[in-house]
Design a protein around this ligand. Structure first.
Ligand SMILES: Cc1cc2nc3c(=O)[nH]c(=O)nc-3n(C[C@H](O)[C@H](O)[C@H](O)COP(=O)(O)OP(=O)(O)OC[C@H]3O[C@@H](n4cnc5c(N)ncnc54)[C@H](O)[C@@H]3O)c2cc1C
Length: 284
């Protein structure tokens, strides 16, 4: 557990803590680095894997990445975040970049399906399709479950990889395993009807992941998302939000380009907040 240093005062080297380590968080760190931010940056990732991009950022002198450490509680009065394992991280400025999550709970047997739920999944699906096509010796038939933009993109990805997709917007009750028993090859609906193919892809709608923020009393939108002002401030001082988790004027930021430009603008605000904090301390 880190030595707790709860404090509402601003420390000499400003500490920025980022909850989440997806594209928005990564873009923010790059922007702060480019702007020669003089303090420390800690990213909390709830994922155990360490992708190349994060390892590159973790190698920067002022940056540390805590893998497998979901931020689970924010204490805005003492400017402290606790992780699911009970580790505590003090901050001067906290940025929430927790992204989005599927709306519905997983379908029974979803772990046997291919998932199109993050942008990285396109290449994972490509690899899996290559393997299935090799085993079948023909063009695979794919069952695609989902509505909205993600399902539209997944369909394009499947077609580009040579799969013949059949799409359903009705959520299945469960998944049928293939003869090998590993991957899913079909789905069964509530009424007992079914669809069968060679593979199943789930591409379900996502909503902003705002639970952490909401539990700390930050304002969230009725349809989900952390409410931010034009400069990425949340309703609580010292806490900011960017990326898919944030909404401005009822609109989700979404998309990588938006996440990157939000990170750039937020970095400028954080630099201003950090130097204002240092001036207060010097004057004291
Ligand atoms: C299927 C799909 C396809 C897409 N295709 C495109 C595209 O072609 N072009 C484009 O521009 N955009 C695309 N997007 C959108 C783009 O991926 C998102 O806008 C972008 O990923 C947003 O980044 P983010 O960091 O805000 O959120 P996320 O990518 O969701 O990352 C958030 C990260 O925070 C982690 N996290 C969550 N909660 C916690 C917690 N409590 N503590 C610590 N870590 C936590 C999550 O595990 C995740 O790693 C696509 C999105 C999806 C879902």
């Amino acid at each position: 557990m880190s030595a707790p240093a709860p404090s509402t005062s601003i420390s000499a080297a400003p500490r920025i803590l980022i909850a989440g380590a997806g594209p928005a968080a990564q873009a923010l760190v790059s922007q702060l680095e480019r702007a020669r931010f003089s303090g420390t940056i800690t990213l909390l990732s709830n994922r155990d894997d360490a992708p190349e991009e994060l390892l590159e950022l973790a190698a920067l002198p002022k940056v540390s990445v805590r893998f497998g450490q979901p931020a689970s509680f924010i204490d805005p009065d003492n400017r402290r975040v606790t992780t699911a394992d009970g580790m505590e991280f003090s901050y001067d400025q906290l940025v929430i970049a927790t992204g989005s999550a599927p709306v519905a709970s997983p379908v029974e047997g979803a772990n046997r399906c291919l998932s199109y739920s993050t942008i990285d999944d396109a290449s994972r699906i490509g690899e899996a399709v290559k393997e299935i096509t090799r085993e079948l010796g023909r063009r695979p038939l794919g069952i695609l479950v989902g509505t909205g933009a993600a399902a539209g993109q997944a369909e394009a990805v499947l077609r580009a990889r040579g799969v013949r997709p059949i799409r359903t917007t009705v959520r299945p009750a469960s998944v049928v395993a293939s003869i090998s028993g590993l991957a899913a090859s079909g789905i069964v609906f509530e009424d007992g009807s079914s669809m069968n193919g060679d593979l199943v892809v789930l591409a379900e709608e996502r909503v902003p992941r705002d639970g952490l923020a909401a539990s700390a009393g930050l304002r969230t939108a009725p349809n989900g998302g952390i409410v931010i002002s034009q400069d990425f401030r949340t309703s609580v001082p010292g806490v900011w939000a960017i990326g898919d988790a944030a909404v401005f004027d009822g609109v989700r930021l979404g998309l990588l380009v938006a996440a990157a430009s939000a990170a750039g603008a937020c970095a400028t605000q954080l630099m201003t907040a950090a130097s204002a904090g240092q001036q207060v301390q010097e004057a004291a």
